[in-house]
Design a protein around this ligand. Structure first.
Ligand SMILES: [Fe+2]
Length: 363
């Protein structure tokens, strides 16, 4: 079968590529046998990829192509693999490969205008065994969305993605038995765990290519606006914007992701927690932007209530996001009778069980 080099601009939807496509920095964007769709063709063009290799007759009908959500998932999986490699190199005494982090931020940024599929992808992740790496990537994606919703410029969004990817690098030096301990940490264990932001800062402070804002975000992502955070207990505007963004993305992902020892809570439980326990500890403007923009993406999803009723979210009031309007057939479900148990077809994210869901802001 003759192999031909085809300009991306001339590729048709359904073209099957015969070799991996890599970015100029060496990141695999698509693997051999991937099927091009219009979204992929547009993103490759945006990233300056001018050609792909294909076998001239390899073409499938459009209904077999990758969906936009699958493309985000491919980017996410790739990012987890690279973060894993970077953190493992660091934990075995190697230097932080910041070049890889900048490449990854470009890969993540490709999805900046596809918040719907980014949120769907993040909501469907069930990767509790690789939590540390998955969490870094998730925080990078959520932080990117918050930065976009705050209308920050592209250069700052890319820095925030990098800060998200690196925010927990200090955890590579925290013992696994503390890092993965189920339940509450003892005082001494908590003290060791809380050193990770300072350790992470020391890992990057002498790397001149990394901006001071990114270094500050790694150092301060556990600071809280009321002064209750760590390592220094700074408050309000003493905390940089990047750190305030990462803080919210970090806590939201930690609450909603499954761990080996606990199930993640569904997004509406997370919203409630932010609007009760979280008020006063997070920057209120950043929090409002995050919650309002995130919540609308759950319109149209199926839910199951604690009392077994099923329905579809048809409207989420912007000023009462924890009380979505839910329709079952032609009847509206009264949320005062029961709470949402799980969200989204096929998802298992549940309500917080009393004994298994400790909202530990300190971690
Ligand atoms: Fe952290």
């Amino acid at each position: 079968m003759p192999r031909i080099r085809m300009l991306v601009s001339q590729c048709e939807v359904g073209t099957i590529i015969s070799e991996d496509v890599r970015s100029y920095q060496g990141i695999t964007l698509l693997t051999k046998d991937s099927i091009l769709n219009q979204y992929i063709i547009d993103r490759l063009t945006e990233m300056g990829i001018s050609y792909v290799w294909t076998n001239s007759s390899d073409h499938v009908e459009a209904d077999l192509k990758l969906t936009n959500k699958e493309l985000v998932e491919v980017s996410h999986e790739e990012a987890v693999l690279v973060v894993k490699q970077v953190l493992r190199d660091l934990s075995t005494g190697g230097k932080l490969n910041y070049h890889k982090i900048t490449q990854l931020s470009e890969l993540v940024y490709v999805s900046v205008n596809d918040s719907v599929n980014v949120i769907k992808c993040l909501n469907d992740i069930r990767d509790k065994d690789e939590y540390t790496y998955t969490h870094c990537v998730n925080v990078a994606f959520y932080s990117m969305l918050i930065a976009k919703w705050l209308s920050l410029p592209k250069a700052e969004i890319e820095e925030i993605i990098q800060a998200g990817l690196m925010h927990d690098i200090g955890k590579v030096l925290i013992p696994d038995e503390i890092l993965n301990k189920p339940g509450k940490l003892l005082e001494l264990e908590l003290d060791i765990m809380q050193r990770h932001s300072l350790i992470g800062y020391h890992c990057i402070k002498n790397i001149t290519e990394i901006s001071d804002s990114i270094k500050e975000a790694v150092l301060s992502h556990h600071e809280r606006v009321d002064g209750s955070g760590y390592p220094y207990g700074i408050r309000g505007d003493q905390i940089d914007l990047y750190a305030k963004i990462i803080a919210i993305a970090d806590v939201y992902d930690a609450m909603t992701q499954d761990r080996v020892y606990k199930k993640g809570v569904n997004p509406f439980v997370a919203f409630e927690m932010f609007l009760t326990l979280g008020l006063g500890t997070f920057d209120i403007d950043v929090l409002n932007v995050f919650l309002k923009n995130l919540a609308v993406n759950f319109t149209g999803l199926n839910v199951i209530l604690e009392n077994g009723e099923h329905g579809e979210i048809v409207y989420i009031p912007p000023y009462e996001i924890t009380k979505p309007i839910i329709l079952n057939g032609s009847n509206f479900i009264d949320l005062s009778r029961s709470r949402i148990k799980s969200v989204g077809a096929g998802t298992s994210k549940t309500l917080c069980k009393e004994d298994s869901c400790n909202y530990q802001i300190a971690h």
